[in-house]
Design a protein around this ligand. Sequence first.
Ligand SMILES: N[C@@H](CCC(=O)N[C@@H](CS)C(=O)NCC(=O)O)C(=O)O
Length: 216
Amino acid sequence: MSLTLHTHRFSSNGQKAQLMLDILGLDYAVREVPFEAERADWHVAVNPMGGIPALVDGDFHLAESNTILRYLADREGRDDLYPRDPKERATIDWILDLWALVVRPTLFSYESAQYGIVLGLGAFAKDAAPEAEVQEKFDKAVPKLNQAMQVLDPVGPWACLGHHTIADIAATPVLHRLVHAPVDLSQVPRMQAWAEACLATPEWQALIPTCGVPQT
Ligand SMILES: N[C@@H](CCC(=O)N[C@@H](CS)C(=O)NCC(=O)O)C(=O)O
């Protein structure tokens, strides 16, 4: 069955789905969704919410980036990336939910300032704020981030289970943004070590130059 990813190269959620496809070594086509408030009909037909990304797998389609990661791991029988053992699976799901529901909202103010995020228009829709403002917004997030990082495996560097899983894949694009932002990451040492491991994977190293993401 042919796979098509609806994405935008600047979208962190799109990048994580694309990273997953690359790690699995799957052939896929990319259909770029313009970052405009009015989503194209062909995209809304797949994801009524209009969010990026969405995946079309033959006559089957789905959206929500974490759902796409889980689906692809199961589709390819990659129990290493998303184990079937209930406790191991729940540990990964905990980190995926923590990332989406706690960490991203905590980072939102800093990310919007540094990466010009505008709701409905995505990243780089406006200029970056001055560095001092970015650092100030990041500093405010630090206590909550360090609290959230306590959920991760303290041995590291991976998020959990002692190996690379979809919990790491889900976080990689935003960890990349953090590493390339003018913020003091030594304030979040667990996050810094995790970022170094995730960004070093060959699939991410190959993907990120194709995303046209302005580096800072
Ligand atoms: N929970 C969704 C979020 C999707 C989402 O908001 N994607 C962003 C790009 S990273 C987007 O579409 N932004 C433009 C918008 O909000 O319309 C997911 O994980 O896929």
